[in-house]
Design a protein around this ligand. Structure first.
Ligand code: GRF
Length: 195
């Protein structure tokens, strides 16, 4: 009998574009990742990421932080085997981490442990990389725990930092890597866990 696909929930941030979410949905639909995206959860209505998910025809729901946030997230993720954070910038409520032990992945636009932690997101990361004079940057897919950007690293992709790079050009190079890395990492853990 053919094995059924793993079910993935994706959480996007209220300021996100949704490009990593879109890349993951496409990678699942093309068969690169043996999974289907069963729900996209947005933190606020009307974000670009939420619109992108609706345009892709993925079931989409909004769960705003507040009372019973963890419980409401767990309800929205009912039936999911994995959770991918794609632009979600908060610490996940304990209820969600308990529901998905070692099954929550995040993507970060630097080579962790460098340039991670609270407040390190988006242009802040790339500006810090340039200010530190790094000659290399990239992205990291890691497991999520109760601390910012500290879970075990699953996969990294690297690119050179050129002398004439700005935060914008570096961000664009890293984003391209992110789109490949998230799908590769998810595929890898799914294969490892099903062996
Ligand atoms: C990405 O740079 C990702 O690394 C970070 O948030 C950003 C989200 O971008 N966690 P997008 O919404 O996926 O385009």
């Amino acid at each position: 009998m053919e094995k059924s696909l793993e079910r993935v929930g994706i959480m996007v941030g209220s300021k996100g574009r949704g490009s990593n979410m879109t890349a993951l949905v496409k990678a699942c639909r093309s068969g690169q990742v043996p999974a289907e995206v069963s729900v996209v959860i947005a933190s606020g209505a009307g974000s670009d990421a939420e619109k992108a998910a609706i345009d892709l025809g993925v079931p989409t729901t909004v769960v705003t932080p507040g009372d019973r946030y963890g419980e409401r997230l767990v309800e929205a993720l009912e039936g999911c085997d994995w959770l991918c954070l794609a632009g979600f910038l908060r610490i996940l409520p304990g209820e969600v981490l308990q529901k998905f032990p070692d099954r929550v992945l995040n993507i970060h636009p630097s080579l962790l442990p460098k340039f991670g932690g609270k407040g390190m997101y988006g242009h802040h990361v790339h500006e810090a990389v340039l200010a530190a004079g790094e000659t290399e940057s990239g992205c990291t897919v890691h497991f999520v725990n109760e601390r910012y950007d500290e879970g075990a690293v699953l996969l990294q992709k690297r690119c050179p930092v050129e002398p004439d790079d700005s935060a914008e050009t570096l961000a664009a190079k890293v984003l391209k890597l992110e789109h490949q890395a998230f799908a590769e990492a998810l595929s890898k853990v799914i294969h490892e866990r099903s062996c």
